[in-house]
Design a protein around this ligand. Structure first.
Ligand code: ADP
Ligand code: MG
Length: 246
């Protein structure tokens, strides 16, 4: 079982951003995607989720063998795909708990949870992530610190329990404590039935989340793939040196 990206060419506003990207996220694995700013990492994440601004010119996306290239974002989510955004939105007047229940029930239309059932479930998930239960009564992302936004995202991921997760720079701008919470949350999602694509600019989060595979994207192309040791090399030598050869 896997999420496959095959020869993907993507345009944004008529410009080629991804120039034939192939990448496989196997269940049971954490696949890390690194690369310099502007290399197309967020473009890949947005394309995976079916964002309308990103036009797939050629290539395909397969989720456990099913072609999802032309599916709407909500259908992808129903098949078990989850994307955390680099810049989450604020929504006033909607509590995190209500937002999460709506999201959960829209993915489980055949078996929705009542208010009482959902709150019990939510409390359990929050306890697993060591998040205080008062947090879920706050308005979504309103006045959240950077760390709290990321925590809310990790909670959303935990509650929705997707098969494949794409986390776009979930680690950026976090202090060490928030980074630890987020990393622990990610680690609780690991398992034989889960595949994770962790997009990051920095090696830092990899001190807490051990990757199985690392790929490097540059100018819309995968230029290198390796194991966890590749991240250390990047930290020591920088992207350019690692990409241009040992
Ligand atoms: P990364 O996440 O690796 O920093 P991005 O995927 O955000 O890279 O950006 C790759 C390139 O695509 C950049 O040149 C960026 O300006 C362009 N791009 C991405 N999204 C958009 C968009 N919505 N509109 C216009 N250009 C975009
Ligand atoms: Mg990005």
């Amino acid at each position: 079982m896997k999420l496959e990206i095959k020869d993907l060419v993507v345009q944004v506003e008529g410009k080629d951003i991804l120039k034939g990207v192939s990448l496989t996220i196997e269940k049971g694995q954490v696949h890390v995607l690194m690369g310099p700013n502007g290399s197309g990492k967020s473009t890949l994440a947005n394309t995976l989720m079916g964002h309308p601004a990103y036009e797939v010119v050629s290539g395909s996306l397969l989720l456990d063998g099913e072609d999802i290239t032309d599916l709407d974002p909500d259908k992808r989510a129903r098949l078990g795909l989850f994307l955390s955004f680099q810049y989450p939105k604020e929504i006033e007047g909607v509590t995190l708990a209500n937002f999460l229940r709506t999201a959960y029930n829209s993915l489980h239309e055949d078996n929705p949870k009542s208010m009482v059932e959902f709150h019990k479930y939510l409390k359990e998930q929050m306890a697993l992530l060591h998040i205080d239960s008062a947090f879920s009564r706050r308005y979504l992302n309103k006045g959240f610190s950077g760390g709290e936004k990321k925590r809310a995202e990790i909670l959303q991921m935990k509650v929705l329990d997707p098969k494949y997760m794409v986390l776009d720079e979930t680690d950026s701008g976090l202090d060490v404590d928030a980074l630890r919470v987020v990393s622990e949350g990610i680690n609780t999602m690991r398992g034989p039935e889960k595949g994770l694509l962790l997009i990051t600019h920095y090696q830092r989060i990899l001190d807490y989340v051990t990757p199985d595979v690392i790929s490097i994207l540059k100018d819309g192309e995968i230029v290198k793939t390796g194991d966890a040791s590749l991240a250390r090399k990047i930290e020591e030598q920088g992207f350019d040196k690692v990409i241009s050869g040992e």
